[in-house]
Design a protein around this ligand. Sequence first.
Ligand SMILES: Nc1nc2c(ncn2[C@@H]2O[C@H](COP(=O)(O)OP(=O)(O)OP(=O)(O)O)[C@@H](O)[C@H]2O)c(=O)[nH]1
Ligand SMILES: [Mg+2]
Length: 372
Amino acid sequence: MWDRVKGPRVITGMVKTNVHDHYLYKIQMGELESLLKALGYRIIERIIQVRPKTTVDYVFGKGKVEEIKARVRALDPEAFVIYNTLSSKQKWNLERALGVEVIDRYDVTLMIFREAASDVLSKLQIELATLEKSFPYIKLSASMKYKKMRAGFRGGGEYAYHKQLRAVQKRMKILKKKIEKLSAHKEMEILKRLEDGSKISVLTGYYNAGKTSLFNALTGFNKPISDMPFTTLSSKYGAINDRELYLVDTIGFVLDLDPRLIASFKINLLDIKYSERPVLVVDTSDDDLVMRIKIRESMKVLESVGKDLRSIVVAANKVDELTQEEIKRKTRLIRDVLGVDVPIIPVSAKDGIGLDDLVRELTRESVAVRVR
Ligand SMILES: Nc1nc2c(ncn2[C@@H]2O[C@H](COP(=O)(O)OP(=O)(O)OP(=O)(O)O)[C@@H](O)[C@H]2O)c(=O)[nH]1
Ligand SMILES: [Mg+2]
């Protein structure tokens, strides 16, 4: 297991704004905590506040901030990690109030991405996303320091402040240019494959659904797989049936994927855009409710890049863990959540079940979109 027991300790927290939610928030917090564990952190406490709205200054209510401060004093964690998205002002205020670094879910996702990125393009995209995320905070903290310096009658602060900001802006501009260039090149490569008459099917789905395992089983590649979130960051093309079909292994989805992150990974989404029949890989070993939530989340991402849900093929993976009865029931559940009549192929990347059926479905001549 990747759960390193001795890592730095953190407290996690969330302001839960839906008073009627008794389940989803637990999955959301569980997901945040597995991302943290994957980074080697130990979760020593979880603090949830239920209130209809987050506060502009501290996310949490004033009283709760005092309570968190007491816990931070008692437990002395490395950081306080919150599920809600933090504005620069909230981060600044909370850090001053608690005396410890405060980060949000988006920061954690970026940290994971940074660890997993191995190719140039992913690295550039992550650096840009990180700078874009932290720029308002850098601006705020630089101006606060500058103000302090002015109060102390020490000159030169303004110059240093503007110099720092300009350097960050310049770097962002360079990164954007490089990404654009690589992106155009990548798009050309995709178009060339299509012109050559190949079909492209992208493997999409939640992280850990088994996309890479399926990709390996079908293409003969030996890409790394693991139960760590975001094992795969960059896309990889693999040909099958003498280049009749290209399978594409891609980055996994997460709950509440930050729109800024989707934007910075637009290039990866190009693969989905050009895929005639995207495969949605679903982990059937999950509980029903978790399956429902993950499928809905995946549908949101697919729709956000303009995919007609009726064009997808579902690979219901990990059926080696289910009985025949359960396979039937889970298939019905998937159909029910999707609300469209698409092929659902039970497969096991691990035991090689259903792989031929999946390839047959993907290489079939364009099927008229079926509507229920
Ligand atoms: N039992 C079972 N486990 C599987 C199967 N396919 C994948 N797994 C396991 O599921 C975990 C995730 O597999 P990956 O192939 O890395 O999943 P992924 O969707 O590529 O994950 P990311 O790259 O992180 O998005 C690993 O521990 C695999 O061993 C399967 O058919 N059956
Ligand atoms: Mg993968």
